[in-house]
Design a protein around this ligand. Structure first.
Ligand code: HMH
Length: 203
């Protein structure tokens, strides 16, 4: 999949998913801690769902794509441990049920689990590329959020996203619809964090 073309040909979709009010609020400090905590607990669910999808994708990937998918799988396990440590520090309720956008994204990951490998790797690249760009747009972040922004904008994460692009490009094909569906799911996920705050906050 020519990932560069997918970035070039859908600027409005990438923009909506990476310049979201939640991210601008993380940058300027107007996102309430409660909305951020909601988002963290939901993303903990999301990372577990993504791990299930990615581990299965690794199992069916062709030999050249294995290394990058395996490294990413380990990183997701480490991300879950990081969330658990955060839960103690911030008093997060990791057992809070999935909100509708989280459940919908889990459904999308299940559909991707049934997609062919080039489509699924292309979608995984979009999932991680949009996330890197979103947090880069929030950098450096208000003081209370700077450590989180730094966590999701490391050079190692950027290198991983480049590795996924190389794997997707090598597998070929072009799956604009699936990438646009990912971008919509990302916007809905950011919307959810703001929508679950106290009435009217951060809007
Ligand atoms: C919503 N999208 C969302 N959460 C994440 N942690 C990522 C992408 C990247 O893993």
């Amino acid at each position: 999949m020519p990932t560069a073309d997918l970035l070039r040909d859908h600027p409005a979709g990438w923009e909506r998913a990476t310049r979201h009010p939640f991210l601008l609020g993380v940058r300027d400090g107007t996102v309430p801690a409660r909305a951020f905590d909601t988002w963290l607990a939901q993303d903990h669910h999301y990372v577990g769902d993504l791990l299930r999808f990615q581990a299965r994708l690794l199992a069916r990937a062709p030999r050249p794509a294995q290394a990058v998918l395996a490294a990413g799988t380990v990183a997701l396990v480490e991300e879950l441990a990081w969330f658990e440590e955060l839960a103690g520090r911030r008093g997060l309720d990791l057992d809070a049920p999935r909100l509708p956008a989280t459940a919908a994204y889990a459904g999308l990951l299940e559909r991707l689990d049934a997609a062919d490998v080039p489509t699924a790797v292309g979608a995984l690249w979009a999932i991680e590329r949009v996330y890197l760009d979103a947090w880069t747009a929030a950098a450096p972040g208000a003081p209370e959020y700077a450590e989180y922004v730094a966590h999701w904008t490391t050079p190692g994460f950027a290198a991983y996203v480049d590795g996924l692009a190389a794997a997707a490009d090598a597998l070929g094909g072009r799956h604009d619809d699936v990438v646009l569906t990912v971008l919509d799911a990302e916007v809905a996920f950011w919307d959810m964090a703001l929508g679950d705050g106290a009435p009217g906050d951060a809007r």
